[in-house]
Design a protein around this ligand. Structure first.
Ligand SMILES: O=C(CO)[C@@H](O)[C@H](O)COP(=O)(O)O
Ligand SMILES: [Co+2]
Length: 216
């Protein structure tokens, strides 16, 4: 079963608690939280105090996507704030093995994300330590961008690599996911779909989530 992770980046920030309850009631599986530092990506969002406050209003697992230059310094604060999955970017992690061990030792699931221009080879040596790989299908920093079609081939190659090693690792895809691109990435091997504008921009959020799952 494909999991859907609405991205709060496309929600109305004046009503965060309501916006989360809306997607929870509509059948979301995870809540995707985009953490941007204005340095690794040219945008700023929210930090651990906001996540800690939101933790109290929902039971949805928190899928925290760290788009920050120094992720190692933020692991503990985000774990304390209530993260369930912590994703760091390969481009920000010269000591990726140590970083993954730090995340897992803190009791949450560990994932690495790859920008569109970053090769799968950057994670080959640590693949068996990961719970999830996040393939960016846009350049990170903003919601509402167009899906980059070359991502499909990357997802296929990652799926083959995972199967060839007999691993159980989720492939999450993030950026430009809508009803149409959802089908192509699922066919390529994705198991978790992040969607911001396709969920929060839809008139009927329940239908939007079902559409992404391929149920309507
Ligand atoms: O990480 C990011 C953007 O950097 C994403 O999670 C976006 O929030 C996805 O938004 P849509 O492309 O689905 O509108
Ligand atoms: Co994201």
């Amino acid at each position: 079963m494909i999991k859907i992770a609405p991205s709060l980046l496309s929600a109305n920030f004046a009503y965060l608690a309501d916006e989360i309850k809306k997607v929870e009631a509509a059948g979301a599986d995870l809540l995707h939280l985009d953490i941007m530092d204005g340095h690794f990506v040219p945008n700023l969002t929210f930090g651990p105090p906001v996540i800690a406050a939101l933790r109290k209003v929902t039971k949805l697992p928190f899928d925290v996507h760290l788009m920050v230059t120094n992720p190692q310094e933020l692991i503990e604060p985000f774990v304390q704030a209530g993260a369930d999955i912590l994703t760091v970017h390969a481009e920000t992690a010269p000591h990726m093995h140590r970083l993954i061990q730090t995340i897992k030792a803190s009791g949450v699931r560990a994932a690495v994300s790859l920008n569109p221009a970053t090769s799968l080879t950057t994670i080959e040596e640590v693949l068996s330590d990961l719970d999830m790989v996040l393939i960016m299908s846009v350049n990170p920093g903003f919601g509402g961008q167009q899906f980059i079609p070359e991502s499909i081939n990357k997802i296929k190659r990652l799926r083959q690599l995972i199967e060839s090693r007999n691993l159980k690792i989720d492939i999450e895809v993030d950026g430009g996911i809508n009803k149409t691109t959802a089908r192509t990435v699922v066919d390529a091997g994705a198991t978790i779909l992040v969607a911001g504008s396709a969920v929060y921009g839809a008139p009927d959020v329940t239908k939007a989530i079902q559409d992404l799952r391929g149920l309507s």
